[in-house]
Ligand binder design. Structure first.
Ligand SMILES: [Zn+2]
Length: 85
């Protein structure tokens, strides 16, 4: 996981933060959260940046984990339905 700084060429004035899901105003530069292969997840707001990279990483991995857990629970619930029902 890494952060990339890019010039903001977008005409849109605001963007949704990929970490905290809050809408924030874009400045002249934008910070993008990427995986280790360089694939972008999305923009990061200044409030999240203020918390530091370790915090962003932790928050992002935690929310990813929650999605995966919810998905696995859904899968296991489906599998647990008795065939006789
Ligand atoms: Zn944020």
């Amino acid at each position: 996981m890494q952060l990339q700084i890019e010039c903001n060429t977008s005409k849109h004035g605001s963007q949704v933060c990929c970490v905290c899901s809050h809408r924030f105003a874009l400045g002249q530069a934008k910070v993008i959260l990427c995986d280790d292969q360089g694939a972008a997840y999305g923009e990061v707001c200044s409030a999240c940046l203020h918390n530091g990279f370790d915090w962003i990483k932790q928050e992002f991995e935690y929310s990813n984990l929650l999605h995966k857990t919810a998905y696995n629970q859904y899968r296991s619930r489906k599998r647990d339905v008795p065939l006789s029902a």
